[in-house]
Design a binder for this molecule. Sequence first.
Ligand SMILES: [Fe+2]
Length: 514
Amino acid sequence: MKPSSLLLLFLCFLMACQPSEKYPKVEDPLAHLYDQQLKPFYYGVASGDPTASAVVIWTKLVPEDSLPEALVTWRMSADESFDDVLQSGEIVVTPASGYTAKIDVQNLNEGETYFYQFEYKGQPSLVGRTKTAKSTTDVPLNFAVVSCSNYEFGPFNAYGAIAEREDIDAVIHLGDYIYEYGAKGYGDTTTGRFHLPEHEILSIEDYRTRYGQYRLDQDLQEVHQMHPFFTIWDDHEIANNAFKDGAENHQEDEGDYMTRKEIARKVYYEWLPIREQKQLYRTIQYGDLAELILLDERYVGRTEPVNNLEDPDIENEERTMLGEEQLDWFLAELKGSKAQWKIIGNQVIFSYLNWGYPTFNFNMDSWDGYPLEREIILKTIAQENIKDIVFITGDTHSSWALEVTADPNQEYAQKGAYAVEYGTTSVNSGNTNERGIADEVIIAHEDKITNSEINPHLKYANLRDHGYLLLSLSENAAVAEWYYTPSRVVPSRAMEMAKRAITPAGSNRVLIDK
Ligand SMILES: [Fe+2]
């Protein structure tokens, strides 16, 4: 072999031995979905957890190379043109948080609209709009309440419709912001919207990709851009029917559940515009008018559900939905609240509810499956004579208006309700007619269970439609309005108000108005 060949061989050997892991070329599984006009902030902007003087703003940088860190600047103004920048700053983003940026902007005025924007190397992000919490009672306080958005079930019409509203103070998301299933695992395969990655999400990369895919949806991106969010998780942010130590959709061959939970939590905090804190449950004040008490009914305290009401374990005092620490906190918040309306951000139905099917009556995953802890809460409400509690609930993919009781046949008949509960339907996740049942049959069932012998306290049920709930609060009343999309599969932002319920202050009643 000639010396030059030897040299060539040596060079080839050196190149072959280069540690290619050092600068891994990571394929971005979502790059084909990017709108190049938004570069490098393809995921837009978001804001959340407003108080009277602060709000969290969010973005995610997509650098061209895998940088160890990057410097992103931000600015906030009272006007959209940024003629008068009120605050600005810099933040270092790193791969450890998936290059997401969150700033808790302080020293703002209450009840004001602000605009914010990020920049990286001269490239600006979209302009976001947000609003701090107000305490005035001059105009109603309006929350859009949503839950259960599944990419595979079709367009996120409810998000698009809310994005266009000008009268919203904040959006409250009660969970199932994403779904963990792989492509075609749970959804409508005719919509052409398939989950990425294609498999069930387990690793940190999987969860990040899934959140990324959802946040590239234009309706979801726009509603985040236009309104601040309060978010809590339900089960699908981890896995179906999640509880403290396991989940229905977590199997042994999918690795350690606690590790998966920790990953799910980390990525949730990366992507949602909420304050970093030890626990997700928290309280937000809207002056004397309202206090928002957001609960975590999955992650910290929930023990495994029982299979049915006959299971003797249902009376086991060890079984909890909130867990001791959160329950103590919740009761203290209820007792200590100075606000008129106590709005409880709740994942699963709190009130007694008989679904009325021959094969399915009570949902053991809801509060009906955790009666002892519910009893403690109801006792506290009664003993302390706490009025004007409104539970807002997701999870069921259906709409509900309930006067809250655990015993509709005796206690409710004699003393009335403890509170009211308004359930929001899904943004688009399937409900009864997605199981192939005709609307007329479902309507007949809704009529059968509403204002009935089995549910005298159930004032409204809709098991067919998708959309959102608007909760409006004033000194005189809490008003719930359900808005439904004309189609689950065709993109549309046109939504009609289908039903209105009113709870006069001090009444614990649900009066159907429309
Ligand atoms: Fe759901």
